[in-house]
Design a protein around this ligand. Structure first.
Ligand SMILES: [Zn+2]
Length: 382
């Protein structure tokens, strides 16, 4: 029957596919699906909905705008671009009030709010331990209120345990001259534990009041917070650098040195990837294996020092004169013999040609390619 209906009504908008259970995930391919999901998503912290994002789309609908929603969401590497303006209540972001898991997702777009906890990904975590894995947020956030903004890009208020692995923020967080309490990663740990591993904040802070309640990473970290390989680019004006986070630089962000650091300073790590000299260049680390692994390598033939690269050339390149071709010529007086050498690099396969003048065994007047010459092959290191 459903097949017949579909054939008769191709324009009809169908309900979200899947039932949201662990064996039948909701499939969210577009903004219409997302809106349906926002009203279908579980409100029980003991039985979160399961959902897979199967396409990239734009939306202005926040999950959990009406009440707390609980879900296990796999973004599939897709991008949700949000456009949120919230002047009526605290907590803004792709998810307003949320508990559960989000993985493999890019959240882009803009959030503007005059209320506290203007965020990119989750405004408020409560009632369920929450994990973000492989989540990149590039949302530009604007706080238009005054005083305590409690503004932070990844999560706003932490009221249940939060674990973040391989997550990053790249964007601008804008306030105004009488607003403060802004953080570069998580806004505020109200209670519970926070554990961040392989995370970075490349936040740019704009127009905030200088205040010691501004934090590079998270306000109120305390002893219940664990940072492992966590990096920040900028500290908001007058603010505090959290104990346990390490400063990086714009150059390190773009060169993939930060990526390398996030992988434990090991070549070929699989927490973060970044296209540097293969594929379309990435300006910051990405936690997706569709991008290329990063090494500290002799990046090109002729390189005399190592750099961050998608090529894995751990040692200097060496040309070997394998004599893959040779020609002899009898040139004008005085007669000399020439042999054309073709060198091949055993590391990268690069080739180079060179014409040598060996000592001929033949008499000068009759120099021919008789296969006999006295040139001794050696390896050439660059
Ligand atoms: Zn080479």
């Amino acid at each position: 029957m459903a097949v017949v209906m579909m054939a008769m009504c191709p324009q009809l908008s169908w309900a979200l596919s899947g039932s949201g259970t662990s064996s039948s995930h909701y499939k969210i391919a577009n903004a219409s699906d997302w809106t349906s999901f926002c009203s279908s998503c579980s409100t029980s912290s003991s039985s979160p909905s399961y959902a897979d994002i199967t396409g990239s789309f734009s939306t202005s609908t926040m999950l959990g705008n009406d009440k707390f929603r609980y879900a296990i969401i796999d973004g599939g590497g897709n991008t949700i671009t949000i456009s949120v303006t919230n002047t009526s209540s605290d907590y803004s972001g792709l998810c307003k009030e949320f508990g559960g898991q989000i993985s493999n997702l890019i959240v882009a777009g803009t959030v503007s709010s005059s209320k506290k906890y203007a965020c990119g990904v989750i405004g408020h975590v409560n009632n369920l331990a929450t994990t973000l894995t492989n989540v990149i947020c590039t949302v530009n956030i604007t706080f238009t209120g005054s005083g305590d903004s409690s503004c932070g890009p990844m999560v706003g208020k932490v009221d249940d345990d939060v674990t973040m692995n391989n997550c990053g923020y790249i964007g601008t967080i804008k306030g105004n001259s009488n607003s403060y309490n802004v953080s570069g990663f998580i806004a505020y740990r109200s209670g519970n534990t926070v554990a961040c591993t392989n995370c970075y904040s490349a936040a740019t802070f704009s127009s905030w009041q200088s205040n010691s309640g501004n934090y590079a990473f998270m306000r109120n970290s305390g002893s219940s917070t664990t940072y492992t390989r966590c990096y920040y680019l900028n500290k908001p004006t007058g603010g505090t650098v959290d104990s346990g986070v390490t400063q990086t630089t714009s150059a390190k962000v773009s060169s993939a040195e930060l990526c390398y650091n996030l992988n434990g300073s090991t070549g070929g790590g699989t927490s973060f990837y970044q296209n540097i000299d293969q594929g379309t260049k990435d300006s910051y680390p990405m936690p997706f294996s569709t991008h290329n692994k990063v090494y500290y390598s002799y990046t090109t033939h002729g390189a005399t020092s190592q750099a961050y690269s998608n090529y894995n050339y751990p040692s200097s390149h060496i040309y070997y004169n394998t004599l893959t071709s040779n020609t002899w010529s009898n040139t004008s007086t005085p007669v000399s013999c020439k042999v054309a050498m073709k060198y091949t690099c055993s590391t990268c396969g690069a080739t180079a040609n060179e014409t040598l003048t060996p000592t001929c065994n033949t008499t000068a007047a009759t120099c021919v390619n008789d296969g006999s010459y006295d040139y001794t092959a050696t390896s050439t290191t660059y």
